[in-house]
Design a protein around this ligand. Structure first.
Ligand code: 5GP
Length: 371
């Protein structure tokens, strides 16, 4: 069976500007309030999340992003004692960070210990698997909800309205949507499975509202404009991996590389330029499996890639660019805040979103050659 409707990615659409009472971007409010009454909790901040990936979901990143009102899902690889110390040391932290767990028996035991140690200092938990369609996963969401009724539960990943509704019915507060669209993800190449992300967001956001829950648009945003499109399409939060990767706060391995430039020094020698890169990889990649699970099991393929990203020295600069873009998007459609953005935004389907003529040149910097 083939669905003949065309489904879209962020790259297939643009937001149409409309009459706007917003005189300046400064007037745009990016903080939102999201209530989880059943958990007696509420989020107040900017609805962007750092992904629970190595190189992104660290406590250092969480502390840096929290200062801007941005949330972080910590990786699965923090020990219960470390998490207890982190959350107990500063009660503010529980409002901007989630503990992430998988669905294995050892994950359950580890989380039970974490919950004992953190107690009321922990609010958000992210139950994260690559494939949120298994009965085992839905059972785990239900078991979590029955055992920990006061925690805000993030669960995923899925890409269809039916499974979004199913996870909410099982007890998830926020469903993470997106399969195969991530920057270091190879699921679509290795399995042929996925769903265009922009359409996923629209369809799952609608289903979540009907079921009384919310969604996180996870993966595939490569620019601040994509984040604006996700929020305008109805995402309650947007989760970013690659856009937050490459910073020191992510704790990734730093690699020095030397390049020969087309430049000669005063003493007549070719200038050698040292550049720093940060390792970043998908959490289903061979690299991640070797690091955390003693290698790839022989029944699995690697569904993620490893890349070296140029070190971005200033996280604040990245955040300024991101939030500046969001404010501007809101002002183009006359939205004074993010709640108004989906109400006011209209989209146009397009074949080409922007002019790429000098894009390569800007990326090449000096045109140096690696030695
Ligand atoms: P990004 O913002 O980098 O485009 O996407 C981040 C998301 O990619 C993560 O939150 C997660 O859902 C997904 N992801 C991370 N690692 C892998 C991987 O190795 N394989 C797949 N299929 N998805 C991944």
């Amino acid at each position: 069976m083939i669905s003949e409707d065309i489904k879209l990615d962020y790259d297939d659409v643009l937001i149409v500007p409309g009459k706007s009472p917003i005189a300046s971007r400064k007037q745009v409010e990016l903080n939102v309030g999201i209530d989880f009454p059943a958990r007696r909790a509420g989020f107040s901040g900017i609805p962007i999340m750092a992904a629970n990936m190595d190189g992104v979901g660290t406590v250092e990143m969480a502390d840096a992003l929290r200062r801007h009102g941005i949330f972080t899902c910590l990786t699965k690889f923090h020990a219960p004692e470390q998490l207890a110390e982190y959350f107990s040391a500063d009660p503010e932290r529980r409002a901007f960070a989630a503990v992430t767990i998988g669905i294995g028996d050892e994950d359950w035991e580890k989380f039970t210990r974490t919950a004992e140690l953190t107690g009321a200092h922990l609010t958000y938990v992210c139950l994260d698997v690559a494939n949120g369609y298994t009965d085992r996963f839905v059972d785990c969401v239900r078991r979590f909800r029955d055992t920990f009724p006061d925690k805000v539960l993030i669960a995923g990943n899925v890409v269809t309205p039916e499974q979004t509704g199913c996870l909410i019915a099982a007890g998830a507060d926020l469903v993470k949507v997106g399969i195969g669209g991530g920057s270091v993800c190879e699921t679509r190449v290795k399995t042929g499975v996925g769903y265009p992300q922009f359409s996923t967001v629209i369809e799952c956001a609608h289903a979540a509202r009907e079921a009384g829950g919310r969604i996180i648009a996870d993966g595939g945003c490569t620019t601040p404009g994509d984040v604006a499109k996700a929020l305008a399409a109805g995402a309650d939060f947007v989760m970013l991996g690659g856009m937050f990767a490459g910073h020191l706060e992510g704790g990734g391995k730093i690699v020095d590389r030397y390049f020969r430039c087309d430049e000669v020094s005063e003493s007549g020698e070719l200038v050698i330029d040292k550049r720093q890169f940060v390792e970043f990889y998908g959490m289903s990649s061979k690299t991640a499996n070797e690091k955390h699970f003693g290698g790839l099991q022989n029944y699995r393929s690697s569904e993620g890639r490893r890349v070296l990203l140029p070190l971005k020295p200033d996280l604040n600069e990245t955040i300024r660019d991101l939030l500046g873009g969001l404010r501007s998007a809101c002002s183009y459609v006359g939205a004074g805040n993010l709640r108004q953005l989906p109400e006011r935004a209209r989209f146009v389907r397009c074949g080409n979103t922007h002019n790429r003529v000098f894009e390569e040149l800007a990326l090449q910097e000096t045109g140096a050659i690696r030695i």
